[in-house]
Design a protein around this ligand. Structure first.
Ligand code: PEP
Ligand code: MN
Length: 268
């Protein structure tokens, strides 16, 4: 079989740069923000609070892949504008999902990093297009994807000459139904051992329960993750989407504080 670009081989580990933020370096990258961009006022309130905590990248979905077509589908282009303006206001790079290759040219104007959602991990035409764009990509693991399929999805992006790929473990479907997904931290250890691109963890979608987000954040860092993406809100219960897994700003603060301590232990 052909050697994959993503394999460690003799190649150096890849560091992915998003504005001044590096994935794959010593410091763990913290991405946080609401599941969906809801309004300018809420977005700026969340962003200002997260900036004070030292969060590196702001998240917010404008195009939302919802299970029911009757649920909120995101503010779409209006959401992109809000996210970019807020990011500029607080001086944080922004990451947002692109669901459709037809939106790519427009999304690129607003995002610093493109998120490929779990449901689109197998969308090979979209992967090739984001590859051609050269933009940093956050590639979520498909909800029923094997590690091999996930890594090959990264390969599709890299084949187009775009090595700015960060993997994101967000949990997989199993028979367990207490949690929304089963957060597979095995995959983090595998990626760190075998592959040369950074990997971060999403404990929000990985659990679906806000009371488990802190514990799984610590576990992810202990397993070797290069960062975390955590859904947060100034009023979590009022989040338009994914309220049950969205944590408060105070919880993000607590997680960041403990992760810093964990980092020093792991470096020794
Ligand atoms: C999200 O990040 O809000 C999201 C929809 O994630 P996933 O694609 O992992 O379900
Ligand atoms: Mn979400």
């Amino acid at each position: 079989m052909k050697k994959l670009l993503v394999d460690k081989n003799n190649n150096d580990n890849i560091k992915v740069k998003v504005k001044d933020v590096f994935f794959g370096g010593k410091e763990k990258v913290i991405i946080s923000g609401p599941c969906s961009v809801e309004s300018p006022d809420i977005m700026i309130d969340i962003a200002r609070n997260l900036k004070l905590l030292g969060v590196h990248i702001l998240r917010g979905g404008a195009f939302k892949p919802r299970t029911s077509p009757y649920d909120f589908q995101g503010l779409q282009y209006e959401g992109l504008k809000i996210l970019k303006e807020v990011g500029m206001e607080v001086n944080l790079p922004v990451v947002t999902e692109v669901m459709d290759a037809r939106d790519l040219d427009e999304v690129i104007k607003y995002a610093d990093m493109l998120q490929i959602g779990s449901r689109n991990m197998y969308n090979y035409t979209l992967l090739r297009e984001v590859g051609k764009s050269g933009m940093p990509v956050l590639l979520k693991r498909g909800l029923s994807a094997t590690i091999n399929e996930w890594v090959n999805a990264a390969e599709y992006i890299m084949m187009e000459g775009n090595f700015n790929v960060v993997l994101c473990e967000r949990g997989i479907r199993t028979f367990e139904n207490y949690t929304r997904n089963t957060l597979d931290l095995n995959s983090v250890a595998v990626v760190k051992q075998k592959y040369r691109i950074p990997v971060i963890v999403d404990p929000s979608h990985g659990t679906g329960r806000r009371e488990l987000v802190a514990a799984m954040s610590f576990a992810a860092v202990a397993a070797g993750a290069d960062g975390l993406i955590i859904e947060s809100h100034v009023n979590p219960d009022n989040s338009i989407s994914d309220a049950t897994q969205t944590v408060s700003i105070d919880s993000v603060k607590d997680i960041i504080c403990k992760i810093k301590k964990l980092e020093t232990i792991l470096q020794n």
